[in-house]
Design a protein around this ligand. Structure first.
Ligand code: UDP
Ligand code: MG
Length: 318
């Protein structure tokens, strides 16, 4: 694949009705930027006719490439696949559902030309998303910010422009539980942002199920912070101390005061409390163990079913 000025990576999962509009809006953008470009659609095994549409577009335009994955690997992996294959000075990651307006790329590119390696698009408003999603997202990003030791931008998704340097660095990060916005922040390149209003999804419904969202949220935390482990062990210490005091008190009241407690309530509360904390702690530890597990297996991150990208040295799947 020839190197272009800009590469646009679009993960696609059941976006049939959005693809044409997205494509023509992207074309307008690259035309007004007057740059050489490549658009890479990654079909994350859609169940609709998204792939047929992508094929059609790629036949019309030699700058349009596709990667078709063998099964649904999820948004983060689909984007990572695109990053493995792209070949450009500047790379834009954008959703296919038009929630990220393609015209913002003009601002991202302008900002990049001032010398920033990462330009992310910060969401001022999120139209058409449920109050619950907005609130949990707000809380989550603030929690994450407190847990990690490096600067992580608030209220920004994966819609952003990154330079070739950043892409090369990302492609060297071997972790399996991808959380790209965290990885990019961890890399620490010079970054800037533009503010935008996130649109509503034009057609179809969100491919991010509750389960996928929880997975991403956990990966964001466990991938970049050990504080939950520290918290759990401290909590364990405090509770043990507390339990010890209760034991002393119980022995004292039995042998010295000789009035043993008959209360069932206090006992059951203690048992339930300690049991709950124990389960929670084991769960947290389990999250980290599952990360270790998937990383030691060293399986490829995704499998490509078909593509029109001629494989060269740059297709370094990891
Ligand atoms: N997506 C994907 N694989 C998935 C789920 C989503 O490639 O398993 C794509 C989807 O087509 C879209 C982007 O990732 O381009 C963001 O997904 P979505 O709009 O469903 O998420 P939301 O905006 O609701 O968080
Ligand atoms: Mg969306």
């Amino acid at each position: 694949m020839q190197q272009a000025d800009i590469s646009i990576i679009v993960p696609v999962y059941n976006e049939s009705e959005n693809l044409r509009t997205l494509y023509s809006r992207l074309l307008e953008v690259v035309k007004s930027l007057q740059v050489t470009y490549q658009i890479i659609f990654i079909d994350d095994c859609s169940g609709d006719d998204s792939m047929a549409k992508i094929l059609k577009i790629s036949r019309e335009n030699p700058n349009v490439y596709f990667l078709s994955l063998t099964r649904n690997f999820g948004h983060q992996v689909a984007v990572s696949a695109g990053l493995n294959y792209c070949n450009a000075e500047a790379v834009v990651i954008i959703d296919a559902d038009l929630q990220d307006p393609p015209e913002i790329i003009l601002d991202l590119y302008r900002e990049h030309q001032k010398g920033f390696d990462v330009v992310y698009a910060k969401r001022a408003k999120r139209k058409g998303e449920s109050l619950l999603k907005k609130i949990t997202a707000k809380l989550y990003y603030r929690l994450l910010k407190r847990l990690v030791t490096f600067k992580i931008p608030l209220d920004a998704g994966d819609f952003r422009l990154i330079s070739k340097k950043v892409v090369d660095a990302l492609n060297q990060m071997p972790e399996h539980n991808k959380f790209l916005r965290g990885q990019i922040a961890w890399l620490g390149f010079k970054e800037s942002y533009v503010v935008f209003d996130r649109d509503t999804r034009k057609h179809g419904k969100s491919g991010y199920s509750f389960g996928k969202m929880m997975r991403l949220a956990f990966d964001g935390i466990t991938g970049f912070s050990d504080k939950p482990l520290l918290f759990v062990s401290r909590l364990g210490f405090i509770i043990s101390l507390f339990s010890f005091l209760i034991i002393v008190y119980a022995a004292f009241s039995h042998f010295v005061l000789e009035k043993t407690i008959t209360g069932w309530t206090s006992l059951i509360i203690c048992v339930a409390f300690v049991g709950g904390i124990q389960l929670l702690s084991i769960g947290v530890i389990g999250e980290y163990i599952s990360r270790i597990n998937s990383n030691v297996q060293k399986r490829p991150l995704y499998i490509v079913n078909s593509t029109n990208i001629k494989s060269e040295a740059n297709s370094n799947e990891s």
